[in-house]
Design a protein around this ligand. Sequence first.
Ligand code: SF4
Ligand code: SF4
Length: 426
Amino acid sequence: MTTTIAPAPARAAIDSFIHTTGSWVASQLDACTRCGICAEACHFYEATGNPEFAPVWKVELLRRAYEQRFTLTGRAKLMLGLDKPVTDEDISHWSPIVYEACTLCNKCAMVCPMGIQLGPLIHDVREAMAEAEIIPADLVEAVRKQEEIGSPLGVTDDAWVDRIEWIADEWEVEIPIDVKGSDTMVAFTSIELMKFPENIVAIAKILNAAGEKWTISTPGREVVNFGVFEGNPDRVKLFMARLLDSAKELGVKRLVVTECGHAYDLLRWTAPNMVEMPCEVTHIVAVIDELIKAKRITLRPGAFDEGGTITFHDACKIQRRGGHIEEPRNILKLLAPTSFKELDRCREESVCCGGGGGVIAIKEADPLRYKVFELKIRQMEEVGATRVAMTCANCRLQFTESLQHFGSPVKAVGLSHLVAEALVEE
Ligand code: SF4
Ligand code: SF4
């Protein structure tokens, strides 16, 4: 049998693939019938028709490495020249495919007749790319800033305190910091802090109106986890520990993730399988729905029925994966009973915004993410939307930038912001 000695990046990636491939990965790869159904579910494929963006193709290197190392068929195919070894060129070629043309939304898994979890497998491919150090430079920089400074946008401790104080003063809202014994710790994103401060104001107003004992945390100030986007398990744990240790230190009963889909996915579903959780984790949209139902806050019914059609964008990780599908609808049906209209593909079927999974942080991905956003533009035009509400700040950034890019008059708004605007003071 010919042994192929791959040069460094491919060697590192193959080692990672082999290391990753336990029984679960093997069973997923073996189950694939190559039917191609997953392609139709991927917004990158739908928007471009590029066959390299088909989800099953994104895991091709992982498949090759697995089959050639662990299966007789794979070895035979390699010997007979029916399959190719993974090369340095392959690693360089696939890197933009898995970093720029995949938001890790996992919608492809929903349609796969074999139930294959493509999103996590593509994440494994990113891990191999990270091992091979073939990662988009913008992601490397964001990761460095989060590791060294504490925020992927480079917000230092002092800048964070200044910004929070400015927000509290400017909007005259109380924002408790590092209050031990609070019931709830709220973790915001740098995107909210720097781009959408009104989200922080809105959530503070809602929690204050409800009489919630809540706080934010200085050491646990960043909910985003760029280790996930990069595919580096050590940094995933490091950034996650900053939050969970802070929650433990403050003695809170629950950690509320505000507007970050992947952070919610990580903390709500993945973290409990990795570490002992100090408290419950939930999303702000669930908290708001709960506060309304418990009559701890009162909203003006129909507050947004004027001003045209309002629609809702389901975030992949908060609605489809997170399960918070009904809560935003309960809220919107209260705030806009006649002007709220659903997009044609919504709820679990929602089309991803195209900016998640770190894609929005990669400059080279801009043309592609705008191209993908044309799908959302068409959807919004079909229902005649003038406003689109959402529960993820990353989605909102993608909407805001893309709507501006296309000169669309539709306005992207945070759902928390609408709720705060409709609060009835008692
Ligand atoms: S839909 Fe599932 S079985 Fe079909 S090609 Fe995609 S991953 Fe393989
Ligand atoms: S996870 Fe989402 S973006 Fe990635 S391949 Fe699947 S459908 Fe496409």
